[in-house]
Design a binder for this molecule. Structure first.
Ligand code: XMP
Length: 509
């Protein structure tokens, strides 16, 4: 067992660091910088990485971590703030002398940590930098304005000022590969299927010998992989529900429940909760309010279902397929709230369950897919396009009505059919239509129309953190547009969304 702990000082790309390490074959997890020494040292610690963050080391409440990590004898690599933190701790000097942002020219020295990295460009994002190294530390890379990396081989302490974890640092992965192989001495044998075993053990430890789990399934890959893991961990003590909140796509409820029963053999109950969701959402237009209402209502339905199943004083847990982008976009306290994902920021504070089981909380979508393939989830489900828990509610701008839902469902079914006929289902990461609420003038059959505009959104991505709008072939776009206008009543215009993320997000709300 080899394991790298990444201690979180609040930077934007911290989870990417843990992910890069996992991609290179060593299990890695992001822990809060205040994590206990026991959790940091738990089985097989091979090294520690300190992340970047927004603070300055001299600020009154500058973030710190347990000082004892420096006595553990394992290598410690600091990135950006993490590098400055190590330098400060050992008596170096930090100043806001020269800020560097984005692509910055760099000269690499000769050291195992930077082996194979050519002089070239790295991605910088800092105000402060180390201007005087502590005793025993040597510079191993420099830019025009700062010490870009240092090493203290005797004490096994290392630092890089640039962000090797982002794709904008060419060959940045080499820094992590060198750190793992040449500095920490890792064999790098970790694969997604090993992760399944770890997660299953952790589920058993959390739920205990007699605890039971209610699995909230959505038909998507995340909740399905999460349920498959829990099923492997505790067998029939898992009961699953699929809630039809009235905000699903055409035929979705029937197809999903049948699939879970037939292909995965899961014990699943379909719950029709259409009326109560639509009643609670009536007249609501504000996106965050919609998300919070839906998050709360989901939990209330799950509580009712678990009450029906509960006997004596069993402990019931709620299983959710939460993944890392849901967590970061909902805001972590250190990061801003972009939108409250229904299963994180939209979750009510008072829940009847004795805990949440979220085995995928630290993973990105493509890692979940690799894990799903590794544990034998059918290929079509693993690659099913994502569909958000709040469903069509966040694809209707403004208030939600049955008429608008019906227009949206119909246009979405046409889009999906045309994407399938063009053989683009796996090339395009996610695709759907949006009820824009905007009306405009048109002319159909020699008559004036004043009807709705439908938006078409199609994107490519690997992990939903950054996306490009998909360059769908013009003939496909033409067919989608003409079919939607011809077949869906009250639509006279179709627009294509050509916004990437950032600055847009995938969903419109
Ligand atoms: P955004 O719109 O944030 O979407 O770029 C990123 C991915 O997350 C999905 N999404 C959600 N999934 N609950 C979910 O289960 C939510 O509240 C939620 N909001 C967005 C979205 O469809 C895309 O795949």
């Amino acid at each position: 067992m080899e394991r790298i702990v990444v201690l979180d000082f609040g930077g934007q790309y911290n989870q990417l660091i843990a992910r890069r390490v996992r991609e290179l074959g060593v299990y890695s997890e992001l822990l809060p910088r205040t994590a206990s020494l026991e959790s940091i040292c738990a089985e097989g610690l091979s090294g520690i990485i300190l992340t970047g963050g927004p603070d300055s080391v001299y600020a009154p409440n500058a973030k710190t971590c347990p000082d004892s990590i420096f006595q553990l004898g394992v290598p410690v690599l600091g990135i950006c703030y993490g590098m400055q933190y190590i330098a400060h701790r050992f008596g170096g000097k930090i100043e806001a002398r020269a800020r560097e942002y984005a692509d910055t020219p760099i000269q690499m020295g000769n050291h195992p940590l930077t082996a194979g990295m050519d002089a070239g460009y790295v991605w910088m994002n800092h105000n402060d930098s180390v201007v005087e190294l502590p005793e025993g530390f040597s510079p191993i890379a420099e830019t025009e304005h700062c010490i870009a990396a240092f090493a203290n081989d005797a004490q096994r302490l290392y630092g890089i000022q640039f962000h090797a974890e982002v794709a904008h640092t060419p060959k940045g992965t080499l820094i992590f590969k060198n750190f793992l192989e040449k500095i920490c001495g890792c064999r790098c044998g970790y694969r997604p299927e090993n992760l399944a075993d770890r997660l299953i053990d952790a589920i058993r430890a959390q739920v205990g010998e007699s605890g039971r789990v209610l699995g909230a399934l959505s038909g998507g890959v995340d909740s399905t992989v999460a349920a498959a893991l829990v099923h492997k961990a505790i067998g029939s003590r898992l009961s699953c529900v699929f809630v039809d909140h009235g905000l699903l796509r055409h035929n979705e409820a029937e197809e999903v429940v049948a699939f879970y029963k037939d292909s995965l053999g899961l014990n699943i109950t379909g719950v029709n909760a259409k009326e109560r969701f639509l009643a609670r959402l009536s007249g609501v237009t504000e996106p965050e309010q919609k998300r919070k209402i839906i998050g709360t209502e989901f939990v209330r339905v799950f509580e009712e279902e678990s009450r029906k199943l509960k006997t004596a004083d069993e402990d019931w847990f709620l299983l959710q397929g939460t993944i890392y982008p849901d967590v970061i976009e909902s805001g972590t306290g250190a990061s801003d709230t972009i939108k409250s994902h229904h299963n994180v920021g939209g979750l009510p504070k008072d829940i009847e369950f004795c805990g949440l089981v979220e085995p995928l909380r630290m993973l990105f979508k493509d890692e979940v897919r690799a894990l799903g393939e590794a544990i034998g989830i059918p290929h079509d489900l693993v690659w099913r396009q994502p569909f958000p828990g709040p469903g069509l509610a966040i694809r209707i701008l403004g208030d939600i009505t049955e008429d608008k839902l019906s227009i949206l469902r119909h246009s979405d079914a046409i889009l999906r059919e045309e994407i399938r006929l063009a053989g683009l289902q796996e090339a395009v990461w996610q695709y759907f239509t949006v009820f824009t609420g905007m009306r405009s003038v048109g002319v159909m059959g020699d008559q004036r129309t004043y009807d709705y505009a439908i938006g078409v959104r199609a994107v490519t991505s690997t992990d939903a953190m950054t996306v490009e709008w998909a360059e769908l072939p013009y003939p496909v776009l033409r067919k989608i547009s003409s079919r939607i206008i011809a077949e869906v009543a009250h639509v006279n215009r179709v627009v294509y969304d050509i916004t990437s993320k950032p600055p847009g997000t995938i969903e419109w709300e």
